[in-house]
Design a protein around this ligand. Structure first.
Ligand code: TEU
Length: 543
């Protein structure tokens, strides 16, 4: 048996979902309170971003204790209660495992720093740094106390990379996963897991900030097999997803092909870099539709042909809202949000919904750097200023690209703090909460459409299981693909433009039925016109 391909995952950033204690920070009890809402949406699994003890330099991705609950979010009893209550709604949890690095406040690092050789071998220490850059700015190595050595930190200086070559490290990390399995958790998301395998000899790499020297190293596949065998592989229906930073298709096929016993599926980010100028995040550029479409096609087909499996997503806690990036939201918010949803929910892979996406939440309209909390954004602003940009130029870039765009509190209603909290939230609310909130959107256009898509995946095996083939590849406006399962075929059109698009339907589809449309259902004829941001999916039973 393997994981359930009909499942849809909903991602919650615990800090921003629902505060029940009145301290402006979301908590586990708050998530429990919203289970009826999630059940109504129809999702199967909740992925929770880290809620473990942490100095919160990187909002919980800097873990100081892997097997406890940060009092900010509640207690272990709250967590156990959440698991049990979720189960009564048919919902299971997916936990975030940050096993590439730990906080420098973790006792392993503290003992290492105090001179304990056993724990020093938990980290990646060298006499001389390489030229690799940290993903949060600056060199990726920092002095290890006054030993004259340096430790590797691919992320913040307080996130020390763990030495997976050391079997004791692997053993400790496998224990962590099993600790949570013992609490009834079967599903896991592994943070930047394609970076865990470092070579024995680390060398300078002037290309791409050093990424090729530590990304997708062959030994990573071995570590994943060990992890699988020692932990989640023992639960036949466990669902695991690896976050793959700057990865390749070949590696992702291998990470997710069931015969290799590594992971169930992968996140890759290539489609979310199509608005990067020259591959650089901290730039402003309109997105390139052809690149987006080609990436979806190349990945969709390669994974389908080679039995790999993609996690499908537009949003997460590291990305500005997709609606602001890919849609003319002023004029077509409803149409764009539903089209984006259909373009992944009808595709091959497991769809992920990031909190607020199902009500069409937008980036906040922050007006000053004081509104930002994210360490990456703050560092980037400083670097942009240092590189000669004016305040205004630097701010405009942060505003478009900051990770805080998606981390603002969930908008439940139009009250002062959007029904998120009774106190001022830890991160400012989006100004849009007066109009865009759960209370009003549940009877709007977007939420019901998500409900429909999630239900369709359960009722139509072709959506959950069918093959994927590119269609209308030459179009500069439409992203179209064809799914096939036995005699059935499903053709899905997604108009990414704010213009009407005319197209010719293949003969065989003229007898098809409309399975999904985000506008009133059109009559199927050989000549079709798609309206702006229209999604149209046509099913034929006997191809
Ligand atoms: O992110 C990994 C990662 O490389 C990015 O998504 C990164 O945040 C982005 O490229 C910056 O531009 C994961 C987590 O999702 C992220 O929140 C953590 O900060 C990071 O790992 C470190 O644990």
């Amino acid at each position: 048996m393997s994981f359930d391909k009909k499942s849809v995952v909903y991602q919650i950033y615990p800090k921003s979902y629902k505060d029940t204690t009145g301290n402006g920070i979301g908590d586990l009890q708050g998530i429990k309170e919203k289970l009826p809402y999630l059940s109504e949406l129809g999702i199967d699994v909740i992925w929770l971003n880290p809620f473990y003890p942490s100095p919160q330099r990187d909002n919980g991705y800097d873990i100081s204790d892997y097997t406890a609950v940060n009092p900010l979010f509640g207690t272990m009893a709250d967590f156990e209660d959440l698991v049990t209550t979720a189960k009564s709604y048919g919902i299971e949890l997916m936990l975030d495992m940050v096993l590439n690095h730990c906080s420098t406040e973790h006792e392993w690092f503290k003992k290492a720093l105090a001179g304990d050789a056993y724990y020093q071998d938990f980290f990646i220490l060298r006499d001389k740094p390489t030229d690799w850059l940290s993903k949060f700015g600056g060199n990726a190595w920092a002095p290890f106390g006054d030993t004259g050595k340096y430790y590797l930190h691919l992320f913040d200086v307080t996130q020390a990379d763990l030495n997976w070559r050391n079997p004791h490290v692997r053993e400790e990390l496998f224990k962590v996963v099993n600790f949570w399995r013992d609490k009834g958790v079967k599903h896991f998301r592994f943070d930047v897991v394609n970076l865990i395998g470092k070579d024995e000899v680390l060398v300078d790499c002037p290309v791409n900030d050093g990424k090729p020297a530590y990304t997708d190293r062959p030994i990573t596949h071995d570590y994943l097999r060990m992890l699988n065998e020692a932990t989640f592989g023992q639960d036949s229906d466990s669902m695991t997803v690896g976050e793959m930073s700057s990865t390749t298709i070949d590696n992702c096929v291998n990470y997710s092909n069931p015969e290799r016993h590594e992971l169930s599926m992968v996140f890759n980010f290539h489609h979310l870099k199509v608005d990067y100028d020259n591959g650089q995040k901290w730039t402003l550029k309109a997105y390139d539709f052809d690149s987006l479409k080609n990436l979806f096609h190349t990945w969709g087909e390669a994974m389908s042909d080679n039995d790999g499996w993609n996690a499908l997503f537009w949003n997460n806690h590291d990305q500005p809202r997709a609606l602001n990036r890919f849609v003319d939201v002023k004029n077509f918010r409803n149409e764009g949000a539903t089209m984006l949803a259909a373009s992944i929910h009808l595709s091959r892979g497991t769809p992920y919904v990031y909190m607020g996406e199902e009500i069409g939440m937008l980036d906040p309209d922050f007006t000053s750097m004081d509104d930002y909390v994210d360490i990456e954004s703050i560092n980037a602003y400083r670097e942009l200023r240092d590189s000669g940009k004016t305040d205004e130029e630097a701010f405009a870039i942060i505003k478009a690209k900051s990770r805080d765009n998606s981390r603002t509190p969930m908008q439940w209603d139009d009250s002062t703090y959007a029904g998120f909290s009774t106190a001022k939230p830890w991160l400012a609310l989006g100004a849009s909460h007066k109009d865009i909130n759960v209370a009003s959107e549940m009877s709007g256009k977007i939420f019901p459409f998500y409900q429909k898509l999630i239900a369709l995946r359960k009722n139509y095996p072709i959506i959950a299981e069918g093959d994927y083939k590119a269609a209308y590849q030459e179009s500069h406006q439409i992203y179209a693909f064809e799914r096939q399962l036995d005699e059935q075929k499903l053709l899905v059109f997604n108009n990414f433009s704010a213009e009407k698009v005319e197209l010719d339907l293949p003969e065989v589809y003229t007898n098809g039925q409309v399975l999904v449309s985000n506008y009133t259902t059109p009559k199927i004829t050989q000549k079709l016109t798609l309206t702006p941001y229209q999604t149209l999916a046509i099913l034929i039973e006997n191809a």
